[in-house]
Design a protein around this ligand. Structure first.
Ligand code: HXC
Length: 513
């Protein structure tokens, strides 16, 4: 018998697998403005680099599925992005709504193993109605195998999830366990309990977008780190992110080149208003400090009072944690604490140096904040900075008051280098607040309370609200000229590229959650 019979049979089977749920389901997907799993992978991966695994994996014959599910509703394997290997899967909504059956779960778990054992970033493209109902407990079990591996390889390889359609029920928790979630406007939603069940159980009527659309998760819940208008932009965001990440947790020795005259930034002398109460946009400062157009913001619309993101400094990846004086005076609250702590921990896992740009009056006061747990959440910032052993540098631009001064990478928490600009005020609290607590009675009984108050504020500012007291005590390593900030940071990283910091051996710490 000719071999060609077998070749033809294989070709036919491949064609059948590649057709996914068939023409009708594919055109439904296109009508919704969504690509198919294979179209997404084609766009994401370098041309011709995709190597598919387990294309013929299908459901057990004893399930109640009505049709045969070649590939079991997921396409996956490995490929390259900008020449670097990645492991990837894309759920196929044309097959039972991308729902996760036993075999789909096994395939995703094996791709995660491939990524973890070979130390490649792992990317999931999610488009799924959750646990495949007709496969019962086997689908739930399969989710467990995926979650277990998300956790097993957490901190070993970067993991990114892109939500490209519904992500319902069990489909939310693997993304939630990965390092970054990217969502697509209008076509992606995430919810543990969908609108239909929500109405049934609670009587609340809500549409999918209002319940778990990209706006909800990027602004309110904080589940989504990046939101893009289209599928192609969302996949481009993944490509951009990967430019900042090493393939795994093994330290790469990146020798940074020394600074030169071109690294001076005279504009920094004008960008921060001298009056400590006037707002400004911290992004303008970041732009001046990092390599041109290299900053990628994470959680842009969530907890806007702080700004975090990745950038390059003389070509080397850094993570930036900054107060944003434009929103709530850059104060720290519950969401800001979660945002900062999670970002620091990612940087620390993957040896990314952390630069903190500080201008903050403190933790935001408020009954709601206290009752909802600012103590527990704020402690995460302290924990994350103290735990991190990557190079950690702080620049105090203007204000560094109270608990926020300590929490935001102070020398005592293990900062390698703390710089302050000459206008910096480092104190327990601002002069006005301090005087009204310390000198209130004295002011009241004087002949000219207003004048007395102003004098006391001036005296406090001279004594406490300047960078030199902290510099004299070694809590600030140097008071620097603002236009030299980029140079100082590059010089610091030059010496810290080989930083080693041993900690006592333990199973793991217990970060406040
Ligand atoms: C089996 C499913 C499915 C599921 C969708 N489908 N979800 N099949 N199991 N979970 C099928 C539909 O029957 C349909 O098949 C096809 O996929 C497309 O679905 P539609 O409903 O037509 O699409 P759409 O209108 O876009 O709505 C998508 C959806 C909706 C919002 C995802 O299907 C939905 O609400 N599904 C259920 C979501 C949910 O509650 N999942 C939680 C499961 S429990 P046909 O043949 O008609 O094309 C869970 C817990 C796990 O996940 C916990 C683990 C820790």
């Amino acid at each position: 018998m000719s071999i060609f019979k077998y070749i033809k049979e294989l070709a036919n089977k491949r064609e059948e697998v590649e057709a996914g749920g068939g023409e009708e389901q594919t055109s439904k997907q296109h009508v919704k403005g969504k690509w198919t799993a294979r179209e997404r992978l084609n766009y994401l991966l370098d041309e011709g680099s995709f190597v598919e695994i387990q294309p013929f994996l299908t459901e057990r014959k004893n399930t109640e599925n009505k049709v045969s599910l070649n590939g079991d509703g997921v396409v996956g394997g490995y490929g390259k992005i900008n020449g670097k290997p990645v492991c990837v899967y894309a759920q196929d909504f044309t097959v039972y709504g991308g729902s996760l059956g036993e075999m789909q779960g096994k395939k995703i778990a094996s791709i995660l193993d491939l990524a973890g054992k070979n130390r490649f970033p792992f990317i999931g493209l999610i488009d799924s109605g959750g646990a495949r109902i007709q496969e019962g407990v086997s689908s739930l079990d399969s989710y467990g195998h995926i979650f277990y591996r998300n956790v097993l390889y957490s901190g070993i390889i970067p993991q990114i999830s892109v939500i490209m359609g519904p992500s319902a029920g069990g489909a939310v928790y693997s993304p939630a366990l990965t390092d970054f979630i990217v969502m697509v406007e209008k076509t992606s939603q995430m919810f543990v309990t969908g609108p239909k069940v929500m109405q049934e159980v609670t009587g609340v009527q809500i549409n999918p977008e209002e319940l778990g659309g990209s706006a909800v998760h990027s602004q309110k819940s904080g589940n989504a780190h990046i939101v893009k208008a289209t599928e192609s932009e969302a996949l481009d965001a993944v490509k951009d992110l990967l430019m900042f990440f090493p393939p795994d947790h093994n330290p790469e020795k990146v020798v940074i080149s020394p600074p030169d005259k071109t690294d001076e930034r005279p504009k920094l002398l004008e960008l921060v208003p001298a009056d400590s109460k006037t707002a400004y946009d911290i992004r303008r400062i970041i732009e001046q400090i990092v390599d041109i157009d290299s900053f990628i913001e994470i959680h842009e619309k969530f907890a806007k009072n702080v700004v975090v993101g990745f950038a390059k400094l003389k070509g080397s990846t850094v993570g930036l944690v900054c107060n944003q004086p434009k929103y709530r005076a850059g104060g720290l609250d519950i969401d800001a604490s979660d945002k900062i702590a999670r970002f620091i921990r990612f940087c620390d896992c993957f040896h990314i140096s952390i630069i903190t740009l500080e201008d903050v009056t403190g933790f935001l006061p408020g009954v709601r904040q206290e009752h909802e747990g600012i103590i527990r959440h704020g402690a995460k910032i302290v924990y994350a900075y103290a735990e991190a052993t990557v190079p950690k540098i702080t620049v105090i631009l203007r204000k560094a008051y109270g608990g926020a001064y300590v929490a935001l990478n102070s020398k005592a928490l293990g900062a390698d280098m703390v710089f302050a600009w000459p206008q910096a005020e480092i104190a327990v609290m601002g002069p006005e607040g301090a005087v009204s607590i310390l000198n209130n009675e004295e002011i009241k009984i004087g002949s000219n309370p207003q004048e007395a108050r102003e004098e006391m504020i001036k005296a406090y500012r001279e004594k406490h609200a300047n960078p030199y007291t902290a510099a004299a005590l070694g809590m600030v390593d140097d008071v620097i000229f603002p236009d030299q900030t980029r140079i100082k940071l590059i010089q610091s990283l030059e010496i810290m590229y080989n930083k080693q910091e041993e900690r006592p051996k333990k199973k793991h710490g217990n970060i406040p959650l």
